[in-house]
Ligand binder design. Structure first.
Ligand code: PSU
Ligand code: MN
Length: 307
């Protein structure tokens, strides 16, 4: 299905779910192209989609192919994307240029939120969001994901922000932007590979129904923007903070020594931590994404029922 005004292509499954007012969960593609190695990236993307379906919702993986925003990818498209080299990492600033010039692009959290909103999708599950990088007071490296949460009405489920970031500054910045940060089922703001960050999240909710109700109320009040739901990694999959911290420090020092900057920072750090943990960080990453997909489906079902 193609809309006449927007370069938007919905997969048949997503188009059908939208027509019925069914629960839909958007999924990003940067995690596939820049966040995980092949073939685990494609396997994970498939498992995440299957998880969403098994929870009674429709998955919508988003990417830019052939001058169109694809919302819901075919098996062949997903496979090709997972193996392609030179795919652009698209944030808010890059989206229109990629569409206009015909490049292949993977959407980050910010760009996925924009595309999901254009497609009428209100819930998006991912791994971790971008945030305020350590040393941001000199580098100015603050992910565009944060401002997107303040502008675009999509609820994003993530396992917190990666511990490679400056988590206190990330929380401060989200507060400044007026973004609700909701820890799911615990008081602590989770730290991606670890359940706890030692920082209390501003808000806590224990059910998908409350999260959906808060989102509906936010829209009713005319407040722009979305919500960040910080869902802790399952305890069976977590890497305790003490264990991951030295690897994070090593990866950060290497990034600095090599002069890695801008968009390359997050993919570089993820890849180095994968190597330093001998793959454990990837196993944890996969489990937390699946966990977020489950909660995303539950929130999407509640929204479909309450909204
Ligand atoms: N979290 C992951 N893997 C990833 C990312 C986040 O577990 O690959 C990606 C997301 O697409 C996020 C982006 O939007 O990294 C943030 O990049 P930056 O820090 O350059 O804004
Ligand atoms: Mn950045």
């Amino acid at each position: 299905m193609t809309s006449p005004t927007l370069p938007l292509v919905l997969s048949p499954e997503v188009a059908e779910a939208r027509a019925k007012g069914g629960a839909i969960v958007a999924l990003e593609s940067t995690i596939i192209t820049h966040g995980m190695p092949f073939p685990q990236n494609v396997e994970t993307a498939r498992r995440v989609e299957a998880e969403v379906r098994s929870q009674g919702a429709t998955p919508a993986t988003i990417a830019i192919l052939d001058r169109k925003i694809h919302v819901g990818l075919t098996e062949a498209e997903l496979d090709a994307l997972g193996q392609a080299t030179g795919v652009a990492k698209l944030s808010r600033a890059d989206l229109a240029a990629c569409l206009a010039t015909g490049g292949t692009g993977a959407t980050t959290v910010a760009a996925t939120m924009i595309c999901a909103h254009l497609a009428g999708i209100k819930v998006f599950a991912t791994g971790g969001i971008g945030g305020v990088h350590r040393g941001a007071e000199t580098s100015f490296d603050i992910s565009a994901d944060l401002r997107e949460l303040a502008e675009t009405p999509v609820t994003v489920i993530a396992a917190g922000a990666k511990a490679i970031l400056d988590l206190p500054k990330t929380l401060e910045y989200l507060e400044t932007l007026g973004v609700p940060v909701i820890a799911y089922g615990q008081d602590d703001f989770p730290a991606f590979w670890s359940r706890a960050s030692g920082l209390k999240a501003p808000l806590r909710m224990d059910t998908a129904a409350e999260i959906a109700a808060a989102m509906i109320m936010r829209a009713r009040l005319g407040l722009p923007g979305g919500q960040l739901v910080a869902n802790p990694i399952p305890s069976t999959a977590e890497i305790p903070r003490a264990e991951i911290t030295p690897h994070i420090e090593a990866a950060l020092a290497e990034a600095e020594a090599k002069g890695i900057a801008a968009k390359a920072v997050t993919p570089f750090l993820l890849q180095r931590i994968f190597e330093l943990t001998e793959g454990r960080s990837l196993t944890a990453n996969i489990e937390l994404v699946l966990n977020n997909a489950r909660l995303g489906a539950a929130i999407a079902r509640e929204l479909a029922a309450q909204g």
